[in-house]
Design a protein around this ligand. Sequence first.
Ligand code: NAP
Length: 248
Amino acid sequence: MTSQRIDLSDRVALVTGASRGIGRAIALALGQAGADVALNCRSRAAQAEELAAALRAMGRRAIVIVADVSVRSAVEEMMVRVARELGPLEILINNAGVASPRGLEDLDEAEFDRAIAVNLKAAFLCTQAALPTLRAQRRGRVVNISSAAARGPGVVGVHYNAAKAGLEGLTRGYAARLAGEGVTVNAIAPGPIATDMAGPLLNTEAFRRIPVGRLGTPEEVAQAVLMVLGNAFITGQTIGVNGGVRLD
Ligand code: NAP
């Protein structure tokens, strides 16, 4: 069996929601593979700065950009900074997300809109803003962090189901239109992963019934991201990383 480590030396990546959890693990894995990394977060700049320092200690260039990725002007300014401070973007990881649990009765319009804005519209805004650069490189990569809740019931609520299902539609739509230009677009759909987001859900029945018998780790999700980054023939796919929660 041959094993190959993916080499991302001198490639520029942007990870949204990189201050903690899954985004942090993806950013570290990108740095370990040689990429220079822009770290976005909404407010926890100090945590993102610590990660940037760790990446610089590995010899990578790393910058922190605090920006709400659901706001178009903020996304456009973020992309300008990435280009100016790191160079042409080739790898976009749309990871930022929110998951506020709501039942059928207590889900209101404001929370529904927020779930769609951060989990779905933000990926469109970031991809749209990055597209000219990704297309020009002819080896661009977009990875959207979805969820097992895109196709299963999940434990957050219908707002989250809808947003993540939409994100997978966005993934396939872009993939189909960009395949001939060397740009791949894929989704990774984690099941329950040990991060802050999973905290309020830990005592639910669904979490207790994970077939593998434990939560996944952010590093296991990052490993799947690196796998699709290294493969130019995988596009338009959703890869599950879910401990057997879903078998499709
Ligand atoms: P997390 O620990 O709650 O971290 C969320 C990250 O997103 C933070 O870096 C946060 O920044 C950032 N963020 C949130 N809203 C943002 C906004 N409007 N603009 C910019 N950044 C924003 O979450 P996680 O568990 O790592 O989740 C990462 C992704 O995986 C999400 O898309 C989530 O839906 C998905 N996912 C998670 C699980 C799970 O079980 N954990 C399962 C399936 C899918 P601040 O730190 O500054 O707030």
